[in-house]
Design a protein around this ligand. Structure first.
Ligand code: SF4
Length: 469
């Protein structure tokens, strides 16, 4: 997927001015938040489970090489083939190679964010093969000329029912339906035919289980079950960081994932697929492949951002992010939006190609509070900001301002004078209503909002006065 993260600001402005998008975003705002909050009350000790989830993910990352080897051994023993992809291009090359080897002409796919990184669908089509997305959200985006997803778990959340109705009528050449149930039925009818005629199914992988060599798939539509068991070839693609040591670990993580994602105690479908179809077995693929993807992850593992690899892609951080809620997922310009996207995108594609993303946060810490595996997202964003500053990647006035501020902060007397002058200037800028409406050299702050002018003396002045009393 093309990286357009350098245009975050322009896109965010455009998306905030897009009335239809804002209407759609408003409708989902708070929905996931309320459901998650409600579902957590079912757990006796959510914080304890959250800590257990953190520890499981960290244990896997601390010995990733060992767990990956165990996974490969066990998957191979059950008849699967494990392939490694160092780059996004290698994912596509492996898939096309497998397709050629098995004489595949039609491929169905359930949701895989990693395959978005390599634009796998386009590569498959360029090779002359047919590919059909089966996750309803992904399918909607596919028939809209591969529009990029805007949310980790709800790729088409930004679309209204009416927009989907128009797309279906055009793509399926049918009369336009108006009810969601009718639209779902129409999609189901179209997709069923593809399930029954596809030669290969591609899935992502919520987890790769080392002790059994299995892939775990979590969905609400059941499309992953059909995608992986009806065609004769199954290819599961996921990142190296998705490994978990044991099935018991999966059980713990499954107490966190659906609740954090959609506020469900458990998703409608949880598939654990191990090896190829055995003799006499009715369901399952005859040939099973795992593509285990690095594509920048081992670099992140060795960096100060390594904790980001604990992510289980629940989407809670973006559901709770005030920036994401207003600018929508497309503003972030690559596969992963929201707070985790603002870390993973610069980490995977290079910080110089995603300059605005570490700034696309208020650091309010809501994301850090809700993350089920305790990723300290605001701390990681701050680390990226430091890297940008140290490498001179921010505009010079910003760097000069920060240098001045850090110099003042280490000279308390001068700092006190500067804050006194600053407070007086801001007070002078305040209008009759006591609000600052326009900030010289800081127009970006006041273009869309105002803030109260300082009311009286500075904190230091008040503190000094109280101390003497
Ligand atoms: S960073 Fe945490 S909250 Fe965000 S998607 Fe990943 S696991 Fe979920």
């Amino acid at each position: 997927m093309q990286v357009t993260s350098m245009h975050f600001k322009e896109r965010a402005h455009a998306n905030m001015a897009n009335a239809q998008l804002q209407h759609n975003l408003q409708k989902i705002k708070g929905k996931f938040v309320a459901k998650r909050r409600e579902s957590l009350t079912e757990l006796d000790d959510f914080e304890g489970t959250r800590e257990a989830g953190r520890a499981i993910r960290q244990r896997a990352l601390d010995n990733l090489d060992v767990w990956l080897e165990i996974f490969e051994r066990n998957a191979t023993a059950r008849g699967a083939t494990v392939l490694w992809a160092e780059t996004p291009e290698e994912i596509n090359a492996h898939v096309l190679d497998i397709a050629r080897r098995h004489g595949v002409t039609k491929i169905i796919k359930s949701k895989s964010m990693v395959s978005e990184e390599s634009e796998l669908d386009r590569a498959i089509e360029a090779a002359g093969l047919k590919v059909v997305e089966t996750d309803l959200g992904e399918y909607i985006l596919q028939i809209n000329d591969y529009e990029p997803p805007s949310h980790i778990i709800g790729p088409a959340l930004h679309k209204s029912k009416e927009e989907v109705a128009d797309l279906f009528a055009r793509a399926h050449a049918t009369t336009r339906k108006t009810e969601i149930a009718e639209l779902c039925l129409e999609a189901r009818g179209v997709l069923r035919q593809h399930y029954l005629t596809a030669d290969m199914g591609i899935s992502g992988g919520n987890f790769f289980v080392a002790e059994t060599g299995s892939v775990v798939l979590v969905t609400n539509e059941g499309n992953a079950t059909l995608t992986t068991t009806l065609p004769r070839v199954h290819v599961a693609i996921s990142g190296i960081e998705k490994i978990v040591p044991t099935l018991e670990d999966v059980a713990t993580l499954m107490r966190l994932l659906p609740r954090s994602a959609t506020g469900q105690s458990i998703s409608n479908y949880v598939d654990i697929l191990t090896g190829v179809k055995g003799q006499g077995e009715f369901h399952g693929a005859e040939h099973m492949y795992f593509i285990v993807v690095d594509a920048g992850r081992s670099g992140v593992l060795g960096s100060e951002l390594r904790e980001a690899l604990r992510c289980i892609r629940c989407g809670a951080c973006m559901n709770h992010c005030p920036v994401y809620q207003n600018v929508g997922g497309h503003s972030y310009g690559w596969v992963y939006p929201g707070p985790i996207g603002s870390i993973l995108t610069p980490a995977y594609v290079g910080i110089e190609r995603a300059l605005d993303l570490p700034q696309a946060a208020t650091l309010c810490n809501q994301c850090g509070v809700v993350c089920p595996v305790k990723i300290p997202l605001p701390d990681l964003l701050r680390k990226l900001r430091e890297q940008q500053f140290e490498r001179g990647l921010r505009p010079w006035p910003e760097r000069a301002g920060l240098r001045l501020w850090s110099w003042l902060a280490t000279h308390p007397a001068l700092y006190a004078i500067a804050t006194r002058i600053g407070a007086r200037l801001l007070r002078a800028l305040g209008g009759r209503d006591g609000m600052v409406h326009k900030l010289p050299l800081g127009g970006g702050w006041t273009d869309g909002r105002e803030f109260p002018a300082p009311a009286g003396r500075t904190f230091r002045e008040l503190y000094a006065e109280r101390k003497t009393k």
